[in-house]
Design a protein around this ligand. Sequence first.
Ligand SMILES: Cc1cc2nc3c(=O)[nH]c(=O)nc-3n(C[C@H](O)[C@H](O)[C@H](O)COP(=O)(O)O)c2cc1C
Length: 200
Amino acid sequence: MDTTNPSSPPMLWSLAWQLLGKAAESGDGALATPSISTVASLQVARPRVVVLRKADDQNCVLTCYTDRRSVKVDHLNKGSEFSWLGWDREASVQFVGGGPTTWASEAEHRKIFAQLPKHSRKAYATVSPPGSPLPDAGTGLPSRWEDMDEAETDYALANFGILKTRLRWAEVLKLDREGNTRLAANRSDGDEWSFQYIVP
Ligand SMILES: Cc1cc2nc3c(=O)[nH]c(=O)nc-3n(C[C@H](O)[C@H](O)[C@H](O)COP(=O)(O)O)c2cc1C
């Protein structure tokens, strides 16, 4: 069935965004912690799990937070896109999609960081960048972290990054005993999505 440029998006598309939105808001279910892959070379894709912070169904933008010093950012700086992968077990829906990924505004960074309690700042507060070697198993946080009050952890703002992927392609796969269905979506040329059901 060819659904290219329908007047309204296919139901599977609406369902996927409903699930993504719910996952981002509630933090519940596997779709709330999707994986993101980047590439540094044509041969090696590097996946990692992140927390889905926002799923903007109007603009089809997915948001996560990260440490600006992490490998994924290095990959972005080298031209990689983000490819997201998530699975909602209850709904039997897999979502994959990707596109160019950019930073939120400086003002948004400041606003969101200011709302983070001390324990949530840990991920951005390590002394050395994520992935740096340690002499022993450890958190990488400053040795007096436990004694620091929240204001003293403000330095982590410099490492705190909000990344937004404006999807330019996506696929939704719905598993069903009666028969699986798979929808491909594309908007490489602009804002308008085209949809195409494909063989699962
Ligand atoms: C459940 C879970 C949630 C995570 N959430 C995030 C996240 O929101 N942002 C992030 O940068 N890393 C998150 N991580 C850690 C990443 O998976 C990864 O180890 C880290 O970002 C370093 O990745 P990189 O070196 O490939 O950039 C999470 C890991 C787990 C297991």
